[in-house]
Design a protein around this ligand. Structure first.
Ligand code: PLP
Length: 425
């Protein structure tokens, strides 16, 4: 008999040590607040995947019955993904995740349409899967316009309109930003692209499962998604390609995915993706409302108790679970280490995977000065989070910030030490 880990209990790793939490020797329960980075696989998803590792492991390209079962499972998942975004199954292609989907959408479209023009429009706050692809294409002779965003992270549709030239062949603007959670006016941007007969791609990796999406109503020609952001497995994603879009292959080889994406299918991953997207979109509004209430409670608590703190991103047009706040005189990295010591998992906009000390391109694009961008903290809530989690963070975080400010010569020199409660405006 297989025993599945209980997904809520995965969050509980009791350790006993000295803590900033109320009382000294308390049980430290891990509080996971980094759902924008990845999510745990739901038990129902894992359960659905399991037989495709063991019983129906056949290569879908083979002709015997266990292979037919895997083929069937892939087509069910394709239909599940299509239904979740308002597409038809033939428009869904499975990939290895969001990065591959973004690379395929962008490189595939521009190489296939090179005769029509060489201009791409994207935004300054895209994920690196889009930005670095565009940088690569610049070296290949394409020209790229990186649209600016306003201080809340929004792209202005008028800027898009102005940037279009007769050489523009692709517009790629993300659905929602992974750091600050801002939701872009995708339908409006898509309508502009359609009016000019330019292909419109959106990286919806952070949006799927958090916001209802309808590719037809929103004029989306290509859309990237990734299972691990909505309680599915890592290493599995999909690209929606509207029928009629002219696109080259990215991965060449066998004839899988209607000869468009080579490679033996990750059947269990695909089944997990299908199950996860169906679960994530089933009660999307109810689910979001619950998470947004927790997020708002956390935000209010932070702004009320920690002076010189501010919200980054749009106050309303943001992902329900996303909270991004900056604290003056604080290094985001040090804050994360202290929080980790308290069992709280978050991330920081100033974290730079490349090891450079530059704050993130998103923080700079919304106009944050370097020193404030460095003190940003992203907390992203998910299914298993509770009011108790929020209250615990609200107990610990002000103490962490106070400790770090106490160590900061800049803070002591600033003359702002006196203030103890209430957010700086
Ligand atoms: C907006 C966005 N696009 C693309 C990706 C890359 O997705 P994956 O990790 O599946 O390659 C991510 C992952 O964080 C993301 O947040």
């Amino acid at each position: 008999m297989n025993t599945l880990p209980d997904y809520k209990n995965i969050m509980v790793h009791p350790t006993y040590s000295k803590s900033l939490r109320k009382g000294t020797m308390t049980e430290k329960r891990t509080i996971y607040l980094d759902h924008a980075a990845t999510t745990p696989v739901k038990p129902a998803v894992l359960e659905a995947m399991r037989p495709y590792y063991t019983e129906y492991f056949g290569n879908p390209s083979s002709i015997y019955s266990i292979a037919r079962e895997s083929r069937k499972a892939i087509e069910i998942a394709r239909a599940q993904v299509a239904k979740a975004i308002g597409a038809v199954p033939d428009e869904i292609y499975f990939t290895s995740g969001g990065s591959e989907s973004d690379n395929w959408a962008i490189k595939g479209v521009v190489f296939a349409n090179r005769k029509k023009g060489n201009h791409i429009i994207t935004s300054a706050i895209e994920h690196h899967a889009v930005l670095h692809t565009c940088r690569y294409l610049e070296k290949e002779g394409f020209s790229v316009t990186y649209l600016p965003v306003d201080s809340s992270g929004l792209v202005d549709p008028e800027d898009l309109e102005k940037a279009i030239t007769d050489k523009t062949i692709l517009i790629s603007i993300m659905y929602a930003n992974n750091e600050i959670g801002t939701i872009e006016p995708v339908a409006e941007l898509g309508a502009i692209a359609k009016k000019h007969k330019i292909y419109f791609h959106t990286d919806a990796v952070q949006a799927i499962g958090n916001i209802p999406i309808d590719v037809k109503a929103q004029n989306i020609d290509l859309l990237s998604l990734s299972a691990h952001k909505f309680y599915g497995p890592k290493g599995c994603g999909a690209l929606y390609i509207r029928k009629g879009v002219k696109i080259d292959n990215l991965i060449h080889g066998g004839g899988q995915e209607s000869r468009r994406r080579a490679g033996t299918e990750n059947i269990a991953g695909i089944v997990g993706l299908g199950t996860a997207i169906e679960l994530a979109t089933a009660d999307i509004r109810g689910h979001n409302a619950r998470i947004a209430v927790l997020r708002d409670r956390l935000l209010k608590g932070i702004l009320d108790t920690i002076p010189y703190s501010r919200l980054n991103g749009h106050p309303e047009r943001r992902l329900p679970g996303n909270l991004n706040v900056s604290f003056e005189f604080i290094e985001g990295e040090s804050m994360l280490l202290w929080l980790d010591d308290e069992g709280i998992c978050g991330s920081t906009g100033s974290a730079c995977t490349s090891g450079s000390l530059e704050p993130s391109h998103v923080m700079l694009a919304i106009g944050l000065p370097h020193e404030i961008a460095h003190g940003s903290l992203r907390l992203t809530l998910g299914d298993a989070n509770t009011e108790q989690d929020v209250d615990l963070v609200l107990d610990v975080l002000p103490k962490v910030v106070a400790k770090l400010r106490d160590m900061s010569p800049l803070y002591h020199k600033s003359g702002k030490e006196g203030k103890t409660r209430g957010a700086a405006k």
